[in-house]
Design a protein around this ligand. Structure first.
Ligand SMILES: Cc1cc2nc3c(=O)[nH]c(=O)nc-3n(C[C@H](O)[C@H](O)[C@H](O)COP(=O)(O)OP(=O)(O)OC[C@H]3O[C@@H](n4cnc5c(N)ncnc54)[C@H](O)[C@@H]3O)c2cc1C
Length: 386
């Protein structure tokens, strides 16, 4: 067993850390305050090779292994979860789906533009009435002579207002259940694609989130990713990559909570001493370190399995479940250590606390992760409709 990162991985992590501090952290408070989706940072992410980092170079990507990709996402997650969401959605949900399921023509058409940041992508699975029960898509795709016409609605779609290409999941034949699902690569410039910003979120203020109306959206036959019937498998395989990315981002939040708390507790004095000298404060730091380390190890294991090409749905769910719940707890504890100062955005822990809350919800709630783990242990699938 080897817990050492290679020299190259250490360099990738160090580079991502410096990039995050120089380009992301300096902007994160203002962007959150102004609810600003920062396209300049998106461009810098692309120039750095962080959009589509796991995509092979022949399609314009950086060709990183999954462990290295996780290290990059951890650092960006430490800096700002809104920016990390761009990386996760573009790389894991969109690029990995096209890479795994696309034809050569589709890969060459989409991946270079997504990796270069010329185009943003979004992943349209969730609907107003369809969340955890993702197979129960209400959006419909009807066959025409030249392709398909899509009607329906999507909800909570990250980058839905900015994406040039949207992966839209739709039912082609309700009598087939999940076997009737298709995934379509929709050009969002069409009139029938109608996104609207979702306002007043608790956190991720610098991230774009959309509801999308789909009204007679026409797509050609070659916009179909995989075949009809692959839609559910495409969604799940993209989520395997997406959940890994969320887990890595949450390791970053945990790490940020530790670093900020150590720094603050050594500066802040009460009873004539730094609060770091109080055993109860050290206990809070120790709790956070424990959660951070465990989350990181679980995330590395999931990445290592992906790099070996071994099945990893179970291990990815374990990493996602643990890291997201740990990050919620660490953000809460970090605010406790900061006292009243943690309740305003002078310190990043306030933003960590608001931004982290969604991570136990999106890309499969914690309950859904537990049911995936329970299914693997018992052989009984609790995720089947009544
Ligand atoms: C900021 C943000 C960004 C998002 N980005 C995207 C995106 O880019 N693309 C996309 O497709 N979606 C996105 N989502 C949607 C997200 O993935 C869903 O919110 C999530 O899957 C949960 O679905 P839901 O909100 O409908 O909750 P529901 O499915 O209605 O769940 C509500 C509660 O019931 C529980 N529950 C449901 N079913 C079961 C069960 N069988 N057993 C036990 N408990 C159960 C859940 O765990 C949860 O606690 C985003 C959401 C947010 C908030």
């Amino acid at each position: 067993m080897d817990f050492d990162l290679t020299d190259e991985q250490q360099l990738i992590k160090q580079t991502a850390r410096e990039f995050t501090d120089k380009e992301i952290v300096v902007q994160s408070r203002e962007n959150a305050r102004n609810h600003h989706f920062d396209l300049e940072i998106v461009k810098k992410l692309a120039d750095q090779g962080y959009l589509g980092a796991i995509v092979p170079s022949e399609y314009g990507g950086a060709g990183l292994d999954y462990v290295s990709y996780g290290l990059v996402v951890e650092e960006i997650g430490r800096g700002c979860s809104s920016v990390r969401t761009v990386v996760s959605v573009q790389t894991s949900l969109v690029c990995s789906g096209i890479l795994r399921w696309g034809t050569e023509e589709q890969k060459h058409k989409y991946l270079p533009k997504l990796c270069s940041g010329e185009w943003l992508g979004c992943f349209g699975l969730t609907e107003p009435d369809t969340g955890s029960d993702a197979a129960n898509q209400k959006t419909r795709a009807r066959k025409t002579d030249s392709g398909w016409v899509i009607n329906g609605a999507k909800m909570w779609i990250s980058m839905g207002n900015y994406a040039k290409v949207a992966m839209i999941f739709a039912q082609t034949d309700p009598s087939l259940g999940y076997k009737g699902l298709g995934c379509f690569l929709v050009d969002t410039d069409q009139d029938g694609y109608k996104p609207a910003p979702i306002e007043h979120k608790m956190g991720l203020h610098a991230s774009d989130t959309a509801s999308i109306a789909l009204e007679d959206v026409e797509v050609s036959e070659d916009a179909l990713l995989g075949t009809i019937g692959d839609g559910f498998k495409i969604a799940m395989s993209s989520l395997d990559s997406g959940r890994y990315s969320v887990a890595a981002g949450c390791v970053g939040i945990c790490q940020g909570c530790v670093e900020e708390s150590v720094k603050y507790s050594k500066e802040r004095e009460q009873f004539g001493k730094p609060i770091a000298s109080f055993q109860l404060v050290q206990a809070m730091i120790a709790d956070m370190v424990l959660k951070t380390d465990a989350s990181r190890m679980l995330t590395w294991r999931a990445g290592w399995l992906k790099d070996k090409g071994r099945s990893n749905t179970l291990e990815t769910s374990i990493a996602k479940l643990h890291s997201t719940e740990a990050a919620v707890e660490c953000a809460n504890t970090a605010i406790q250590i900061h006292g009243g100062a943690g309740y305003v955005d002078d310190h990043p822990v306030e933003r960590y606390f608001r931004d982290v809350r969604v991570t136990t919800l999106y890309e499969g709630t914690s309950q859904i992760q537990k049911l995936i783990i329970g299914r693997a242990m018992t052989g009984i699938n609790a995720l089947v409709p009544a």
